[in-house]
Design a protein around this ligand. Structure first.
Ligand SMILES: *[C@@H]1O[C@H](CO)[C@@H](O)[C@H](O)[C@H]1NC(C)=O
Ligand SMILES: *[C@@H]1O[C@H](CO)[C@@H](O)[C@H](O)[C@H]1NC(C)=O
Ligand SMILES: *[C@@H]1O[C@H](CO)[C@@H](O)[C@H](O)[C@H]1NC(C)=O
Ligand SMILES: *[C@@H]1O[C@H](CO)[C@@H](O)[C@H](O)[C@H]1NC(C)=O
Length: 243
């Protein structure tokens, strides 16, 4: 009985995770051994759903499946407020909407995959607290993730191909970590960044930014390695702006 319900659960989760757009359909994905990344994803998935009774026997020694794209069927979970799918060789686009819009604080980790395409427009309405999309091949405008009044504390968009104008972006008050390095972001650094009292890390290097590095507030703590390799950023800690 116990074994049967366990197998059923694994089957359920595997079909959920593999269902949407798996590039390589397997004759029997349920009992195929998966690589450690897939296990991590499934266990993270379990953690995100909570330690409900049905998940109590679902441990790392269980079989699982290969995961290609992020399945759109994650969107059928009524109130998903956190999931870690980092380092899982995921490909394809991020599905339009699979996170709760009503949860107070949403946590999403998708780093070190091969995800492509833009950030879903619906993400602008999600109350992210932590968001890590680093080291993928994501493109387009990610400015909707920022904005006045958001709860965002931690955002890592580094090493993608994001391309948007940073000039008019309002950085949420509670931010303590911002890494947008290695993208194609243009415009200037908003002066408002200097007023963020919690900011511990701010890295905009390797983009196409221009104009003066803001001064005042906490800005002195950021050395030139946070600003280098842009189009024409200037002023301390970089060389002075031309008059
Ligand atoms: C997310 O999962 C990856 C891969 O298992 C792991 O390296 C990372 O520490 C996890 N991140 C968090 C915040 O739990
Ligand atoms: C969704 O979960 C959050 C907690 O993560 C809770 O505050 C919120 O009320 C839930 N929403 C619904 C519709 O149950
Ligand atoms: C993911 O990207 C890395 C580095 O760009 C590449 O070496 C790897 O083959 C890609 N994997 C897939 C599954 O596309
Ligand atoms: C900022 O990012 C660049 C590029 O990834 C890196 O070389 C640099 O060390 C980072 N700066 C800090 C302070 O971590």
């Amino acid at each position: 009985m116990r074994m049967r319900s366990r197998a059923l659960l694994v089957l359920l989760l595997c079909s959920l995770l593999a269902g949407a757009a798996n590039a390589e359909p397997s004759p029997d994905p349920t009992y195929k051994d998966c690589h450690p990344g897939d296990k991590a994803a499934l266990l993270a998935f379990k953690a995100a759903l909570g330690e409900a009774y049905h998940f109590a026997s679902w441990t790392p020694d269980n079989p699982c499946c290969d995961c290609g794209a992020i399945p759109a069927s994650l969107g059928t979970i009524p109130n998903l407020s956190g999931i870690n799918l980092s380092r899982n060789r995921l490909t394809g686009a991020i599905p339009p909407m699979f996170l709760s819009k009503s949860a107070d604080q949403v946590y999403l980790w998708l780093s070190h995959n091969n995800l492509t395409g833009p950030v879903p427009a619906g993400f602008a309405a999600v109350n992210f607290a932590h968001l890590d999309l680093s080291r993928n091949d994501l493109t387009g405008d990610a400015s909707g993730l920022f904005g006045r009044g958001k709860e965002l504390q931690y955002i890592d968009l580094s090493r993608n191909d994001f391309d948007f104008d940073l000039s008019g972006v309002v950085l949420p008050e509670q931010l303590y970590f911002v890494d947008v390095s290695h993208n194609a972001i243009h415009g200037s650094i908003p002066a408002q960044v200097a007023s963020l009292s919690n900011l511990q890390f701010f890295n905009v290097s390797y983009n196409r930014l221009c104009g003066p590095v803001p001064t005042g507030g906490n800005m002195e703590r950021f050395d030139l390695y946070n600003f280098q390799h842009n189009k024409c950023l200037c002023g301390a800690p970089l060389p002075a702006c031309k008059k």
